[in-house]
Design a protein. Structure first.
Lengths: 261, 247
């Protein structure tokens, strides 16, 4: 193996393990060096030791973020699926309701929705539990994206597949359950997994209405000891431990799907 | 088997008149529907298969009128097999699962007996080794043979095929046609839309020739291919057989 082949991609676009690992390591090191250098220019030293004393609160916040995200994933999948079906409804008002919903929630910032829904709608309808309110707000927001993902999946089902289902004598409910759903799930899984990573990150905005999750915990800790930088660097690392595996899984699913087509 | 069409027409919502007043009555074992592209052959086959409804007219098989409302059609479709030009197998299921799905969910087999039936069929048609492959892992000819096996799995009496070989290479075409010929010899009745004139002539006893949605000529395949009566059919045959040495 020459030095050249350690650093330059093969013509056939394949990268062996050793060059891959080496170059990832270098890239990460460069990234961190730049960050460290910037930090040093400010004349400050890192000190992460204080985090240890907050370990229980941090663990609680981490678990809360995971719970919040999982609950929102389930609810937003449900909302998104309903909305995708509604979008294709022959009843016009249902179809347009779905379209307005998707346009509004995809077209406005989450921070606005969080405030608006918590303080106006949440108060008016008596949603006092902040965790529940958080799950609802996040699910409605993410549901709009998931709706579009599922709508794309529905449109990708070829006509012959539906005709074949009819030809073998399936009823429309069976066609949905045995043919359409499994195919949509297989095709949209990469995008849905990616959306789950977004849910995890977006859940941080719920700290604005004091849902005690990871970001809110860090906000409280950094407000008490002013170690803002260390706190937020650590926060980023914690989110990465959640989103990075999902991102890897998404890429794996994508490669598998592209092979099948 | 007896097929009767009485004034069957089909006008699509976009105004396209695909079939124009087709009346036809015939006893057949294997019926080939031939004609130029866009003539309405596939539309006719879909009406016969209960997949679309004629705009007007009546269809009867063995003297029994086909009732075109969804409730009756579901029952009707279960009794006949239908094979598409391509992509009729469910992508997300293996060859074996494709055959099992209707057995369990439509015909009420237990899972074990469905598996046994599927394996028997797959074995018989030389597909056993590939039974756990997904459609995209099978050749086009294998896909079509699995689709045919699925369509006749509960011993359907009638099999409809819409250009089952037109997406295939010649050697794959013959493996599919061989399978059809074998099934036909065992008493399965076949109606197929095809461009394989050799198969239409040798393996089918009756032929319908359709042009612009009209039935231009019909009758025994021997007679139609050797002495066509209409100029349209003579012209069509001379075109499609121009480079065909085997007939």
């Amino acid at each position: 193996m020459t030095i050249y082949s350690l650093f330059i991609r093969d013509k056939d676009n394949k990268t062996a393990f050793l060059p891959k690992a080496l170059n990832i390591l270098i890239a990460v090191a460069l990234f961190m060096l730049f960050f460290l250098f910037s930090y040093r220019r400010l004349g400050m030293e890192f000190d992460f030791s204080f985090l240890w004393s907050f370990r229980y609160r941090l663990a609680q916040g981490f678990v809360a973020t995971v719970e919040l995200s999982l609950a929102s994933l389930v609810v937003s999948l449900f909302i998104g699926f309903l909305s995708a079906l509604a979008n294709n409804s022959r009843i016009l008002v249902i179809s347009y309701f779905s379209k307005v919903y998707v346009q509004f929630f995809r077209g406005t910032p989450l921070i606005m929705q969080v405030y608006l829904f918590f303080y106006i709608i949440g108060t008016a309808w008596g949603v006092e539990n902040r965790f529940l309110a958080g799950v609802l707000i996040l699910s409605i927001f993410e549901g709009a994206y998931i709706s579009e993902i599922i709508r794309g999946g529905l449109e990708s089902i070829e006509r012959t597949q539906l005709e074949a289902a009819r030809a073998i004598g399936l009823k429309s409910g069976q066609t949905m359950r045995l043919v359409v759903l499994p195919q949509i799930i297989k095709r949209t899984l990469p995008s849905l997994a990616g959306q789950f990573a977004s849910i995890i990150k977006d859940s941080s905005l719920l700290s604005l209405i004091s849902v005690i999750e990871l970001t809110q915990t860090i906000r409280e800790i950094s407000a008490s000891n002013f170690a803002i930088f260390e706190s937020y660097i650590f926060l980023g690392l914690l989110y990465l431990t959640l989103t990075f595996p999902i991102s890897m899984y998404t890429r794996y699913l994508e490669s598998r799907y592209s092979y099948e087509n | 088997m007896r097929i009767e069409l009485k004034g069957v027409s089909k006008v699509f919502p976009d105004g396209n008149r695909a079939l124009d007043n087709i009346t036809y009555r015939e006893d057949f074992n294997a019926l080939a529907i031939i004609g130029p592209s866009g003539a309405g052959k596939s539309t006719l086959l879909r009406i016969l298969g209960g997949l679309i409804e004629p705009t007007s007219g009546e269809v009867a098989i063995n003297g029994k009128r086909v009732c075109y409302d969804e409730k009756h059609l579901i029952q009707y479709r279960r009794k006949i097999g239908f094979v598409f030009q391509a992509k009729g197998l469910f992508y997300h299921l293996t060859a074996r699962q494709n055959i099992i799905l209707p057995l369990v969910n439509v015909h009420g087999y237990t899972k074990a007996s469905a598996e046994a039936s599927a394996d028997k069929l797959l074995d018989r048609f030389g597909l056993f080794r590939d039974r756990h492959k997904y459609p995209h892992e099978l050749s086009g000819g294998q896909q079509q043979r699995v689709a045919i096996a699925r369509a006749v799995a509960v011993k359907q009496k009638l099999l409809l095929l819409d250009e089952p070989t037109s997406a295939l290479d010649p050697e794959l075409t013959s493996e599919v046609l061989d399978m059809l010929d074998e099934l036909r010899n065992e008493g399965l009745h076949i109606i197929l839309v095809t461009h394989e004139m050799g198969f239409a002539k040798k393996a089918c006893d009756k032929v319908m020739f359709i042009v612009h949605g009209r039935l231009a000529e019909c009758g025994d395949s021997n007679k139609l291919f050797t002495s066509p009566e209409t100029e349209e059919l003579a012209g069509f045959l001379s075109k499609v057989l121009e480079w065909n040495v085997s007939i």
